[in-house]
Each structure stands twice: as C-alpha cells, then as structure tokens.
Design a protein around this ligand. Structure first.
Ligand code: ADP
Ligand code: AMP
Length: 215
C-alpha cells in the first residue's frame, strides 16, 4: 500500500495518519516530523532545515528528497508506506515517482484532506503537542484532560514555533503556490481522492478507511 496523505497545513494529516497506522500495517513517514526531530537533536540537517521552517518556507528539494529516499529504502517500507507532508513540490513528486519506479512500485492513492482556510488558521494556532511522546492535541477541539499535560505520558504540551503569527499565513501561501498544484498532478494519474476534512475526526477517518480497504 503506497499512499500519500495531502492537504494544507492543519488539515488533519497527522491526526488521520495516526488512525491509518493503527488500522493498516504501514509506517507513517512525516517529513515535518523528521525535520523537527533533526532540529531537536541539533544535527546538521536540523540546522539547515530550521532556517526554512522558522520562516514558513519549504526546505530545499534536494535535502528533502534525500531524506525521503533514504527512509523509503528501509525494510519497514517494503509492504508500503504512508507519506505525510511529502511531496510538496512538482520536483519532489517527480523524484518520488522515479524512486518508486526503480523499485517497480507507484503511488496507489493520494488522499486530499480538504478544509477551508478559516478553519485551518483556528486549527493551527490551537495545536499543541507533547514534548515527550509527540501526541497532538488542540486547545479547543481536542483538549487534554489536564491543561498543558499529555493524557498519555504526563509530558508538557508545547506549541510549534511555526504555528504562530505571520509564519502560519506564510505556510498557507506557500501551500497554495507550491503544493496545491500537485492535486492536479495526481488527479491526472487517476489516484487522487478528495476527502472532506471539515468534520469530526472519526467521520473523516471512516471515509479514508473505506477508501483504503477498496484499493
Ligand atoms: P496537519 O498534520 O495536517 O498539519 P494535524 O493533524 O496536526 O494537521 O491537525 C491540526 C490541528 O487540528 C491539531 O491540533 C488537531 O488536534 C486538530 N484537528 C485535526 N483534525 C481535526 C478535526 N477533524 N476537527 C477538529 N480539529 C482537528
Ligand atoms: P509540516 O509538519 O508538514 O507542517 O512541516 C513543517 C515544515 O517542515 C514546513 O513548513 C517546511 O518548512 C518543512 N517541510 C516538511 N515537509 C517538507 C517537504 N516535503 N518539502 C519541503 N519542506 C518541508
């Protein structure tokens, strides 16, 4: 199962990816998570990525394609994968197609989680996540039982540095300019599936599950 989950920042890709990986035995590969981990670990990759992430810009294609290629070569991706946040440019989409073709594989479904802009801003600015186990919450839509504390591990809940102020707007502009055109790219290949993401998370997942079961 070679799947991509697409949609603007805050659409609920990570949230749905958690449901998907609990129901289907494929690894969840989020380039955003990979970059944040590199930043937290202070690696060279992290230092490079941070320059772009803080400004709401995309990390250069060659860097991003490099880490995804490496990840897809890992044994746990043999039976499939769920890519989240990649590809984000046409160059990345073409590189992915080439890497998969070299393995005799292709993208089987691109799930587009669609949510209106005004909803996205509210979702992004209310997002907090556990500094320890990374579980994602929302101060209004998915609040933890105790404010500021993770329900699962008691870790401190923190806001992403790129989820505030001007960076949020910048990320939405970058999405519209550089990533949205990919929907047409996958539609032309006959693998695009639009899902209404502006509903309860379980309703959204019910549609995704049905779609994946029928692939
Ligand atoms: P993405 O990975 O697309 O950036 P997330 O999955 O992190 O988005 O979701 C963004 C924020 O919106 C999170 O705080 C999450 O808890 C919340 N959220 C996700 N899906 C929904 C939904 N269907 N309804 C309300 N809030 C949601
Ligand atoms: P995300 O967690 O998907 O919202 O990504 C957070 C940030 O990581 C983005 O704003 C980019 O700076 C960077 N990033 C994540 N994925 C990619 C990608 N495929 N290409 C370029 N930059 C990316």
């Amino acid at each position: 199962m070679n799947i991509i989950i697409m949609g603007p920042p805050g659409a609920g890709k990570g949230t749905q990816a958690d449901f998907i990986k609990a129901a289907f035995p494929i690894p969840h590969i989020s380039t955003g998570d990979m970059f944040r981990e590199a930043v937290a670990n202070g690696t060279e990759l992290g230092k490079e990525a941070k320059k772009y992430m803080d400004g709401g810009q995309l990390v250069p294609d060659e860097v991003t394609i490099g880490i995804v290629k490496e990840r897809l070569a890992q044994p746990d991706c043999k039976e499939g994968f769920l890519l989240d946040g990649f590809p984000r440019t046409t160059v990345q989409a073409e590189a992915l197609a080439q890497v998969l073709a070299d393995m005799g594989r292709k993208v089987e479904a691109a799930i587009n989680v669609a949510v209106p802009d005004e909803v996205l801003i509210e979702r992004i600015t209310g997002r907090v996540s556990c500094s320890n186990c990374k579980t994602v919450y929302h101060t209004k839509f998915k609040p933890p039982a105790q404010a500021g504390k993770c329900d699962k591990c008691g870790g401190e809940l923190v806001q992403r540095s790129d989820d505030t102020g001007e960076t949020v707007r910048k990320r939405l502009v970058v999405y519209a300019a550089q990533t949205k055109p990919l929907l047409e790219y996958y539609e032309k290949q006959g693998v695009l599936h639009d899902i209404n993401g502006n509903r309860d998370t379980r309703e959204v997942f019910a549609d995704i599950k049905r779609l994946l079961e029928n692939l």
